[in-house]
Write a protein that binds this ligand. Sequence first.
Ligand code: ZN
Length: 263
Amino acid sequence: MLVDTHAHLYAKQFDEDRQLMLDRAVSVGIEKIFLPNIDTQSIAGMYELVELRPDLCYPMMGLHPCSVKENYEQELDTIEAHLRSGNQDGERRFCAVGECGLDYHWDLTFKSQQIKALRRQIEWAKDLDLPIVLHCRESMDDVIREIQKAQDGSLKGIFHCFSGTQKHVEQVIELGFLMGLGGVLTFKKSGVDELVKNVALKHLVLETDAPYLAPTPYRGKRNETAYMVKVAERLAEVKGITVAEVAEATTKNALDLFRIDVV
Ligand SMILES: [Zn+2]
């Protein structure tokens, strides 16, 4: 059994074959898929998908840093309303806050707003006792600093699409967070293989970030959850263990973090 901890399967790239794509994922052993939200535009599609396959797809709620623009406070207000109404009176519709974080790759115009948005979402995670799923792009040091400042022992989560330095690995472990590994692990010269070779399995989860970042040999094509098997195989190879061991550990880590009971 495998778990995809990060997939945007409500994206329009899957409009033509969404059901078949989900069936392919199930047929290779993927039993749970966690859906990070992007912004207010992605919410309806995400809900539709969860309704279609409630046993398979679990939603998160948050604002992606690339969607932090002039109107980010309004976006956050709407997203917070969804989050709070889904997770009240013992209900737990959303399994995490996310995805959120800092992205300095494309545009620095809203850098200070991105930081404010991240801080507000960290507060939601604390307040609602939810894990947080973090997106970092050329911003690892800043995201780590924000989590360090906020960490009171209650924060948990995933640095999704993890890459960075040895120091970052140590800081993430020190913070009690997990590293999400996807297609990048299979790319030649990504360096992520060397980085995670000696990291204990208990700190790792698997993901696709579908439709993006397809693993080798699908690199450059649309990614989908079934392809995550390639990531599991590569991690097994890097660590010199079996795919079954990778699957067992990463699945347990993910289900514990998101608090999903499997009967
Ligand atoms: Zn994502």
